[in-house]
Design a protein around this ligand. Structure first.
Ligand code: ZN
Ligand code: ZN
Length: 400
């Protein structure tokens, strides 16, 4: 059997073409019919059991190995972002207002590539592989919907491990794989506050109940709360990204509204952040004779890697690509990821793959979600090799 790296090199051109086709026609959200069609086309003819989603255009493919053994899951997300591409690439998005700015086009293509590589090695495979092609990562929780629709039971038994790759267009050297045991990405919730007062003439504020100064104090008090109430080694972030009140200079409005993103890295900090931010905001309002409506909208949970699986993923990367291209992630990152829902159910690891264009400095390169974010095709072969190796080795290690 050809070594995995050579086999990946042999199909890299095809998989890159698939990536370009997906990139040219980006789709946003849970319903990605054209992307789904491309995935189904790429899997056509492989010995897979394929099912498509009900509530979303997901694709679940199961490969049953030639030898008995447990099941592992590999995941790739498929959705694009509402961004107008400004990269100037030859295969840039042909759809105005939609772009694969987070590199999910590479994830989808690499997962299809891994399905091909592993199908060719079916006889050696000691167990089953679930390929999870997932729409709606960007804010819509597609992973949670796929879990509800049974992706974890697709092979007839729960996977013993799950892995996902994410490319980065900045921060990391091209071709470098990184991961970390424990929390890797943040929980991302939304705090929505409406401060209610009583409007009136701005020249006589004592005759009204002005919500604006109180709302301003809440914004700064929330920042103080972050440093005075939370452990610096279990950090949280609150950013008020929108703040609206009033219409003209001489009218005190009835209300002031602000929204904040709230990030945390443990379930405990997350729960406290919800409770204590609401308490703080309500009490500041009360101090001024106002009231505050506080809404907490839960987003994705913390992405937590299993320590053993993260070490295993690093060992696979080390064996394939050496120490120059395998590193421990320095610290968790405060972005959020809905692979977290899978990792709550199944031990596993999420892995970053540096994909900024070779020769450019990753520090200062346009980041994921930028209209100018560029992800290098060169990482595709190695990404699908790592995914395949994770499945092969994990199943071999179990050796029922
Ligand atoms: Zn993203
Ligand atoms: Zn992403």
């Amino acid at each position: 059997m050809t070594p995995l790296l050579d086999a990946a090199a042999a199909i890299a051109a095809d998989i890159t073409e698939l990536r370009h086709a997906i990139h040219r026609e980006p789709e946003i959200g849970l319903d990605l019919p054209r992307t789904q069609r491309k995935v189904l086309g790429a899997l056509d003819g492989l010995p897979l059991e394929i099912t498509c989603g009900q509530e979303l255009s997901s694709v679940t493919a199961v490969l049953r190995g030639g030898r008995p053994g447990p099941t592992v899951l590999l995941r790739g997300d498929m959705d694009a972002l509402p961004v107008t591409e400004a990269t100037g690439l030859s295969f840039a998005s042909a759809i105005d207002g939609a772009m694969h700015a987070c590199g999910h086009d590479l994830h989808t293509a690499m997962l299809a590539g891994a399905a091909r590589l592993l199908s060719d090695r079916r006889a050696d495979l000691a167990g089953n592989v679930i390929f999870m092609f997932q729409p709606g990562e960007e804010g819509l929780g597609g992973a949670e919907i796929m879990i509800r629709e049974g992706v974890l039971e697709a092979a007839g038994e729960r996977p013993i491990a799950a892995y996902g790759l994410h490319v980065t267009s900045d921060r990391q050297a091209t071709g470098e794989f990184t991961t970390i045991p424990g929390p890797m990405m943040a929980a991302a919730d939304v705090l929505k506050v409406t401060v209610r007062g009583r409007g009136g003439h701005a020249s006589r504020p004592h005759a009204s109940a002005d919500p604006i100064p109180a709302a301003c104090e809440m914004v700064t008090a929330l920042q103080t709360m972050v440093t005075r109430r939370f452990d610096v080694f279990d950090p949280v972030v609150i950013t008020v990204g929108s703040f609206h009140a009033g219409t003209v200079n001489n009218v005190i409005p009835d209300e002031a509204i602000f929204h904040a993103t709230a990030r945390s890295f443990s379930d405990d900090a997350r729960r406290r952040l919800e409770e204590e931010s609401a308490q703080l905001v309500r009490n500041i309002a009360a101090g001024y004779g106002l009231t505050a409506d506080v809404r907490w909208e839960p987003g994705y949970p913390v992405t937590v890697n299993d320590a053993g699986e993260a070490a295993f993923a690093s060992a696979c990367s080390l064996a394939l690509f050496g120490s120059q291209r395998t590193a421990a992630l320095e610290h968790p990152v405060p972005g959020a990821e809905d692979f977290s829902y899978v990792l709550r159910e199944v031990p596993g690891a999420f892995i970053f793959l540096g994909a900024c264009p070779a020769g450019t400095n990753p520090d200062g390169a346009p980041s994921n979600h930028s209209a100018r974010a560029v992800f290098d095709d060169e990482v595709i072969a190695d990404g699908m090799t790592l995914l395949s190796e994770l499945a092969l080795r994990r199943l071999a290690a179990e050796g029922r």
